[in-house]
Write a protein that binds this ligand. Sequence first.
Ligand SMILES: Nc1ncnc2c1ncn2[C@@H]1O[C@@H]2COP(=O)(O)O[C@H]2[C@H]1O
Length: 862
Amino acid sequence: MWTYMMAAARGDRVNTMMSTRRRPETESPKYGYNLSRPMYRTTRFVSPVASAPAQLPSSCNPSQEELEISGGLYAPFQPTLAAVGAEGGVCLPRKHLIANQTAMPLPMGPTDSAEPEEQQLHYPRSSCSSSSWQHRQRLQIDYDDDDEDDDDDDDDDDGEEVQMGQQQQHQQQKVSRQKELPCDEVGFAKDNREEGIDPAEQKSTQPRASDANYLENGRKLIQEPSKGSKPSALRRTLQALRQRLTKRNRAKPPDWFLEKFSNATNTDKIGKTGAMDDAALSSEIRGSSALCNRLSVDPTLQSHYRWLAVVSLAVLYNIIFVVGRSVFWEINKSAPAVWYTLDYLCDFIYLLDTLVHMHEGFLDQGLLVRDAFRLRRHYFHTKGWYLDVLSMLPTDLAYIWWPPETCSSLYLPCPVIVRLNRLLRLPRLWEWFDRTETATGYPNAFRICKVVLAILVLIHWNACMYFAISYEIGFSSDSWVYNLNGTRNNTLQRQYIYSFYWSTLTLTTIGETPTPENDVEYLFVVADFLAGVLIFATIVGNIGSMISNMNVARVEFQNRMDGVKQYMAFRRVGHELEARVIRWFAYTWSQSGALDEERVLAALPDKLKAEIAIQVHMDTLKQVRIFHDTEPGLLEALVLKLKLQVFSPGDYICRKGDVGKEMYIVKRGKLSVVGDNGVTVLATLGAGSVFGEVSVLEIAGNRTGNRRTANVRSLGYSDLFCLAKRDLWETLADYPEARSTLTQRGCQLLRKDGLLDEQIFADSQRVHDSIEGGIEKLELSVENLNMRLARLLAEYTASQAKIKQRLAKLELNGGSGGRADGAEPQMRTRSGRLYSLQTKRRPRARLESAAKCGDAAKQNTL
Ligand SMILES: Nc1ncnc2c1ncn2[C@@H]1O[C@@H]2COP(=O)(O)O[C@H]2[C@H]1O
């Protein structure tokens, strides 16, 4: 990114730096995603060998042998530095470049041009002074500092090799950019000013012998030259600090692979970013004025969710304290100022919430309505508005006649009970609960917390009720009611704790409570018991099912494993095989946490399933070359047909001579392609490799027919995506490019083993080409015919309209004349009008013009 910005500041052409990356045809603007692709992506997956050998200059094209050595046709897509694109002008296998870079000392100023070509291209300096070289080196040092951050940001998990590839690519880009730098001092000084580098300091920096290790030993040595210059070091430290500080706020750059295959559109993002322009939100229903739109609240926003959390707190406060303070008079007395403040703060929140609620967007035919007027109208048509209004009624005005100070043990309930209407905001609390339950990653844990909260609130209310009934009957009047006598019983703490204890025992029906002594007490206890049984039966049942749901996947897995174990024991399967099966179960559980991943996502539509699958298996899929070179649709079409299979160490995935029924993509693990003897390893395949396609593709001229050409064995555990032959054929029918890529690779392999009959293959290609040519011609003529048909249709409709007009005129004439002169044959229509069956004599001029029109129409038709 930094490299990109620096170049942009200098006016360098962007594609100078991007030249190392081949633009696959799927990135053409027709797919509409390459223009917005940030620079970091272009530097990460540059692999000219991997992506476009055909587009490289012929001299640069690595030979077939080289391809196979560096991973082979079946090797995964790896970001390597095998070559530089056309503008860079260097195309070498990666191993050559590394060797060159490590062995080659850095140039010490101008040298003669008789150097090896590769060196010149890596360190272009044919016409530059030594100072410009120093400047370049400094630039390189700066870039490397930046790279460090970029690397950290972009991909922490990439292996050493990837990072090395990236560094080298950056260096290549820098070199190609530096080649465009003017070598004269003026241009150089300008660059320095832009960079903030003191020219004097520049001159003092001499190339050192240790610089030869510059590329070899990584960053430590890269930073060496700057150690001597204090201002520069300070500048860089500050820069690094700034970057570190801003990094936290920087959103993680989207993965290009995900971006390519994501179905997300702007409409998905509605409401998620405030900065979206009107064009992007054009699908929303908006009001006529800006203010009107600004008033609307998008309920899908995170800020709205947070607001609901605040309202929920206010509601919870009222649920607990309005009831509690109405009965336990001591609470009210303890800190009246605090209670007043909290009460009116909650009222203020309620007021704001009413406004928010009133302007919450809703969906009308799938579109978010943002027109404030419509929102308000919609709000007043719902039930919620009167609950909101009732909960906001200023019932505290009753304090004027019923001051809160009157509250004591002699006078209950306290006046604060007038605020009970505040509890009517409960639906907003439910709304927050629902949103949290949907959003949380731990829905069962959240449900349990919700149930526990409900139990606590119920017990609290019941405790308040018990205390209030005790007051009504008279404190300490019998053994059932609360005994207010005694210094300890008189305290608020004891009053509340005892009431809560009593309430818990009664509602849970698990403890002995004092026996009621009068009718009211009996009735209250009976009601409590009934409520307790009902409520707790429901709650306990719910909690039980929630807890068992929490590990339902594990239980199911265990059951299925037990079933297989029982079967093996019953059928007396050998111990070794049994142990392998059990190890397979253990590995599968550890890797996926489920036996049947497909069933988990069964409810989702295919598009979403495909997106999830792409994200989950992204690391593997983006290494598969055919997905790079073809349209995004191919992966989308294939990904849902891929079945994940796990193979244990030593398992043969396919044996030579078997009929090929599926091909494979390696997700994880290592596999060997072994010869007939089972020992000679022909190739080793890793994540992202594709194999098994030769026998499936039915390549014309394949001497083995549809039989496997080699044995493939799993070295350790390996997870493979398996693609059935029928699925592959179905999909490739729509993606001929991918098919020809796969066929070409298969052919190369067959050729290597002498299994391809070139004559048959060439013939089939010719037939294929001629058929394709024929199809193209046919398509052209069909198009032509379609156009002519459309024209004819248009003419036909026009002439029909004319005839109708003429008929209408004739009708009029017939109606107005009404007289039959006897000479003209006439007919009577159903309406009773008379029509002349003889053609009317037209004036000559009219006839001529009609003839002309007819000619013109004929010409058009032709
Ligand atoms: N020399 C090789 N290097 C890499 N892969 C191979 C080699 N020979 C065969 N294969 C793969 O092994 C697969 C065996 O089944 P198929 O013949 O269908 O397709 C074959 C190729 O995909």
